[in-house]
Design a protein around this ligand. Sequence first.
Ligand SMILES: C[S@@+](CC[C@H](N)C(=O)[O-])C[C@H]1O[C@@H](n2cnc3c(N)ncnc32)[C@H](O)[C@@H]1O
Length: 221
Amino acid sequence: MAKLNIVGVGPGSPDYVTPAARKAVAQAQIVIGAQRSLDLFASEVNGETLILTAKNLHEALKYAAESLNSGKNVALLSTGDPGFSGLLHTVLESGLFNAENITVTPGVSSIQACAAKIALNWDTTCLFTFHEGNVTAEDKNHLLTCVKNNKNVMLLPDSRAFPPKEIATFLITSGVEKKIPVYICENLTLENEKITSSTLEKISAQSFVPLCVMVIKPNSK
Ligand SMILES: C[S@@+](CC[C@H](N)C(=O)[O-])C[C@H]1O[C@@H](n2cnc3c(N)ncnc32)[C@H](O)[C@@H]1O
C-alpha cells in the first residue's frame, strides 16, 4: 500500500536532519516541501518534487492523495517535528487521507532545539503554538494561568497576530511580574542563530524575526 510519509526535517540545519528522514525522502516517488526544506535533501531526492508555498497547500495535499491512489509513495516535508504545530495536523484535518496510509517520521522540533540551547528541562513546561494567528481567548487564559502558577512556558509566537512583544504586554497588563526572565531564540541551529536573555518588561518593547521560540521562565528550575 502506498504511503504518505510526513517527514520531520528539523529546525533548519542539515546537522539536525535524521538518517531516517533522509531514507524516507530517498524512497519516495514524490517529495513535497517548502524550498528551504527541499534544499536539505538535495542528495536524496530521486523522485518528482513539488514546491510547497503558503498558497498551494490544499492543491499539494490533493495531488498527494491522488498520487497515493495511483500507487506512488509521497514524502511531505514538515519543519521541526510534524506533530507540533506541523503538517500532521493539516493532513489529518484535510480529510483526504486514510489513517492507514499515513506514516510520520519524527524530527527535531524547534522546541527541543530551544530547550537544549538554554539548558532547560522541559518535561513540566507548558507548550503553546500561536503560529498562523491561532490565538484564542482560551489559549491566552491558559498561558496566563501557567505563568501565574509558576510554570515555565515555551511557545511559538505569531509574528503578526501575537508576536513576543504583545505576549509580554498581555502578561504584564494581566498582572504578571514584569521582571520574570524571558528568552527569545531566533533562527535556531542556523548560522544567524541569536539567543536573547531578557525580561518580560524589556521584551514588551522589542521586535524579533518570525522564526523564533519564546520561553517565559517564572520558575528557575
Ligand atoms: C509552522 S511552525 C512549525 C513548527 C515545527 N513543526 C517544529 O516542531 O518546530 C513554524 C514556527 O516554528 C518556529 N521555528 C521553526 N524553526 C525554527 C528555528 N530554526 N528557530 C526558531 N524558531 C523556529 C517559529 O516560531 C516558526 O514560526
